[in-house]
Design a protein around this ligand. Structure first.
Ligand code: GLY
Length: 382
């Protein structure tokens, strides 16, 4: 049986980032992917990097801030090693909310701060008291009633360019990637990981990390409570030149540097179904037009759905299981793209027995030990 120092199950952004980080520490790493590398939740993601973490559950905030801090260097390295450009933008986010619900640190946009407002965004210019307004001099503006606006300085990234660079960088570093190979089980002997059993063969390694995202629960013998949460999205072209990410109460828009505008998204409990629904896509588009009327001139370029890895408490599962050498880094739900650099760092620290630089206790797999126990003796080497 071929052997490696570590096997990473799943070639999404979490698996690839971790594989690269482990390889940098000198480990021989194999990534095993059931489908096409980088083509599930990571490929489907919008790529908003919520910088200060204020919107995230408390136990994630320190990680989010650290990951955000790491992002420019993370992108730079992947670009360097892949020779590919990643669309990483730092134009910030405009929040528009009827109720004025903004993340902490948001700067309310008043009339004095109109330089932030995109001319294409609709605002009710009659009610300028506490409201942010579009420039009253811009008579071409269709008027809407979208409430308050605020600005947050944060980045966005095109996950597809990120993933494509990540795959190239991993290969360039000497990470082995096996695609179209489904891991059925982690092999465990005497409470220690010894490798993985796939639909075709077995591979040996003393370290196995489950980074299978929404499929993390499908790998025996542990049944981690990770479930797919479907998100439908579309991209339009030919619309206004939007500079900032725009987030409304019902919809968000993320501009790409090539002119596409990504519009999302739904949160659906639909199992592993990735079909898109015409009415749902139309509803998302209309919600976006309500905020940015000039979008009505745009045309649909593409629609798709992805499966986020959700957990019961909406927190990732990061750590070692009660089988030595069997780790999990999955369940990043809506923030896998943001949390990839810090996840790679903390998991590498854990795997190499270095002291973890951040407190991961709230994210430990032990919190699901009553649900995620090794119950399948068929998963043991046979
Ligand atoms: N991270 C964006 C979403 O989950 O829709």
């Amino acid at each position: 049986m071929k052997s490696w120092d570590a096997i990473v199950v799943g070639a999404g952004i979490i698996g690839l980032s971790l594989a690269i980080a482990l390889r940098k520490q000198g480990l021989r790493v194999l990534v095993v992917e059931r489908a096409e590398p980088g083509h599930e939740a990571s490929w489907a993601a919008a790529g908003m990097l919520v910088g200060n973490g204020e919107e995230l559950p408390l136990p994630l905030r320190t990680l989010a801030v650290e990951s955000s801090r790491m992002y420019p260097e993370f992108v730079h390295e992947l670009e360097d090693e892949s020779g590919q450009k990643i669309d990483f933008r730092d134009d910030g986010t405009i929040f528009i909310s009827r109720e004025g619900k903004f993340p902490g640190g948001a700067e309310l946009l008043t009339e004095q701060k109109l330089e932030f407002i995109e001319p294409a965004i609709a605002f009710d210019t009659k009610d300028v008291g506490r409201r942010a307004t579009a420039s009253a001099t811009n008579s071409a503006l269709p008027l809407g009633t979208n409430g308050l606006a605020a600005y947050v300085s944060e980045h966005s990234v095109d996950p597809r360019s990120l993933l494509s660079a990540g795959i190239k960088a991993a290969r360039h570093r000497g990470v082995d990637i096996s695609s179209g190979t489904e891991v059925k089980a982690v092999l465990i002997e005497n409470s220690r990981a010894t490798g993985v059993k796939t639909d075709k063969t077995s591979y040996a390694a003393p370290i196995v990390v489950n980074c299978a995202g929404a499929w993390a629960a499908c790998i025996a013998p542990y049944k981690f409570p990770v479930r797919p949460v479907k998100g439908q999205m579309l991209a339009v072209v030919g619309g206004p030149a939007i500079k900032h990410v725009i987030r409304g109460d019902e919809v968000y828009m993320v501009p790409r540097s090539d002119g596409r505008i990504v519009i999302g998204s739904t949160l659906e409990d639909a199992g592993y179904d990735k079909k898109v629904n015409v009415e749902t896509i139309q509803r998302l588009f209309q919600a976006a037009v309500n905020l940015v009327p000039e979008l009505s001139k745009s045309r649909k370029h593409e629609d798709w759905a992805g499966l986020r890895p959700g957990t019961p408490d909406e927190l990732p599962i990061l750590g070692e299981t009660d089988s030595k050498g069997h780790f999990i880094a999955s369940g990043h739900y809506r923030d896998g793209i943001l949390l990839a650099p810090v996840t790679a760092k903390v998991m590498t620290d854990l795997i190499l027995n270095k002291s973890a630089s951040l407190d991961l206790s709230a994210l430990s797999p032990a919190r699901f030990s009553d649900q995620a126990h090794p119950d399948d003796i068929g998963a043991r080497r046979d």
